[in-house]
Design a protein around this ligand. Structure first.
Ligand code: 13P
Length: 226
């Protein structure tokens, strides 16, 4: 079971150190911390597994504001999220650029959490499977890649997918790509156990509820089968 904490644009190096000094996850669960670029070094120093929130496909070049896989490797970072819906919606990320980022990260030896998921409009229009087929179809087949199913309507909204809805989407994704599938979207200590007990839910990608030590610890505990 894998619990990944996506801290988005929260926590500078000081808060990162304070959090990780206090954070003691239970045995039996793999934890990945995904801080902002400027907090990666502080997070790596804690000895935890650390992923970035994005990575560029080029080795180097005139790409202002971007960071390469080699730069992350040099820092001791072990992987990266790619294709998060906030990047797709606000920063023109596409299926194609997501795939290029994933390929470059894997080639550099990094792990990848590739995010997919439909919007509310797409779900209501009955297009969920079509969207997932398109988003998953471009992703590389590689042992280092896991997929995070993050329905856009469930991110930061408090509207979690029901365990059945999550299970159905995860099973569909797994029929397209033989890999672990994490669920993301308003995962909280009080809904984590039920979501994580679904047969095709292999872990969680947690946003808001990962910013508090006690809350992230509780979600990690919920990931251990009783
Ligand atoms: P929330 O857990 O805040 O809904 O965010 C989910 C997410 O986007 C994780 O990548």
């Amino acid at each position: 079971m894998l619990i990944a904490a996506n801290w988005k644009m929260y926590k500078g190096p000081r808060e990162t150190r304070e959090f990780l000094d206090r954070f003691v996850p239970p045995d039996g669960v793999d934890v990945v911390i995904c801080p902002a670029y400027t907090s990666l070094h502080a997070a790596v120093e804690s000895g935890r597994t650390v992923y970035a929130q994005n990575v560029h496909w080029a080795e180097e070049g005139a790409f202002t504001g971007e960071v390469s896989a080699a730069m992350l490797v040099e820092l001791g970072v072990q992987g990266s999220i790619v294709g998060h819906s906030e990047r797709r919606q606000n920063f023109a990320e596409t299926d194609e650029t997501t795939a290029r980022r994933a390929e470059a990260a894997l080639a550099a030896g990094l792990g990848v959490i590739a995010c997919v998921g439909e919007t509310e409009q797409e779900r209501e229009a009955g297009e969920t499977e079509e969207v997932l087929r398109r988003q998953v179809g471009v992703l590389p087949r590689d042992d280092g890649l896991v997929i995070a199913y993050e329905p856009v309507w469930a991110i930061g909204t408090g509207k979690t997918a029901t365990p059945n809805v999550a299970q159905e989407a995860h099973a569909f994704i797994r029929s397209l790509h033989d890999t672990e599938v994490l669920y993301g979207g308003s995962v909280k200590p009080d809904n984590a156990a039920e979501l994580l007990s679904q047969p095709d839910v292999d872990g969680a990608l947690v946003g808001g509820a990962s910013l508090d030590v006690d809350s992230l610890t509780a979600i990690c505990r919920a990931a251990i089968p009783s």
